[in-house]
Design a protein around this ligand. Sequence first.
Ligand SMILES: Cc1cc2nc3c(=O)[nH]c(=O)nc-3n(C[C@H](O)[C@H](O)[C@H](O)COP(=O)(O)O)c2cc1C
Ligand code: SF4
Length: 483
Amino acid sequence: MWKPPERIKYQTTVERWPTGEEAVGSRLYSQLSSPNLSLEQRTWVPAMVPWRASEEGDVTQDVIDWYARFAEGMPGAIVVEATGIRDIPSGPLLRISDERYVAGLRRLTDAVREASGGRTRLLIQLIDFLTIRRRPQPETFFNRFLKVTSTHRQRLGMERQDEQIVRQRLFSLSDSELEDVLSPRELESLRQGYRERVTDTHLPAISALPTTLPVLFAQAARRAQAAGFDGVELHYAHAYTMASFLSATNTRSDGYGGSREHRVRLPLEVYEAVRAAVGADYAVGCRFLSDEIIATGSDIDDACFFAKEFALAGMDFLSLSRGGKFDDAKQPRVGGAAYPYTGQSGYECMPAYLSDERGPWGRNSEPVAQIRAAVHSAGMSTPIISTGGIHSFDQAEALLCEDKADVVGFARQALADPDWFQKVRLGRGKEVLLCRYSNYCEGLDQKHKQVTCELWDRADLDSPDAVLATDGKRRLTAPHWSP
Ligand SMILES: Cc1cc2nc3c(=O)[nH]c(=O)nc-3n(C[C@H](O)[C@H](O)[C@H](O)COP(=O)(O)O)c2cc1C
Ligand code: SF4
């Protein structure tokens, strides 16, 4: 992952934890009563992919154990990982793309309800993503993948040569010579691996996204409802299709790109289709970016505009993330795929302990406060979830008391210690395992390995309740804690 050049080392410490009495009387542990979304406390575990589904995208016992373990901590809500809405092979990523997935997802909602005693609301994040291929061997790229065009021939002065000879010539060129012959997109396919964009409207499937996606999202949402989820979160953040529609880099000329009004059109149409499918009294919200953190990307002004549009359209909550784009991803090794959390935008999404003078904590808090203010200025009070580097009670409580958020998201801190919510509520904050922001978990995610936390994955490996990862060295869930 990209690191800020300052490389200042930070160590997570918490000076003060509340007593049980203070916690119970706090904003953080107060209820959120919103028409379709009532939470027992204003805490939220945002989506985190743990790579535990089957190759076919089914819920496995490991998926159930993972979420049941979070539910033991009884946060206000848990959002199940990004779950695919298309019925296409996507490795061990959870899917909701067909009726056959509903029974497994029902087992998951039942398990979470049981483990939290019905206290935790469970939502599921619905995702669509476009094709991305691994970085090819140059030889394979020039022999098979590259479509030889008249432009290449012209630039090489090889108008009449046999195609195989043109390919061989291209393969023999140096990096800088290739820059004069290949288009920027072809160079990207060679250096990073081929990646589809929402602007590739010459491809029929991409051109048709405004027609196909509302139906796919709506069907997936209906399945989520049938499986017993309390709501759905539309994934409009990071590097995926819907975020790419919102992005300032979206220059589609069919009314779904260009101006902010056009970029937000499909996300709103997807929402309308989902709402029509699940009815008026079901929680539907989205996750989007407070800032894309890429040179030509959307910024906080765009995010304020989108937030108002989503709120006015009737969304039940808005959850804000930050960065996480392909645009500035590091070059993968040959045979590897680009990963959207390796550049500066990735750092802003999951800031780590090696940081700049601002440090890794709460970097999303002020932008989210601005977005919330924009929503309120439009006369709306849609609950806003603020996530990013939050690990202490005081941080979270301040966000709520200063009207900077309505609910606080704890992603890596909940992974580090799923009992944070219980421990703090009971006045036992000193027992919390504090996230070090080492991003060991994120490194596993990048390799599509079962995600665990370094603070507990080697603890009590012999205990009867420890289920081990496929590498045989790590336990898959945190050891149980009893108050
Ligand atoms: C292992 C891992 C997987 C993640 N998967 C998702 C995901 O599926 N969807 C999503 O919106 N964010 C995902 N995120 C981002 C988190 O939800 C969160 O926004 C980010 O970690 C910053 O919050 P934190 O500082 O509280 O960890 C993931 C993060 C981690 C560490
Ligand atoms: S591995 Fe654990 S301590 Fe490190 S960032 Fe992830 S959750 Fe935090």
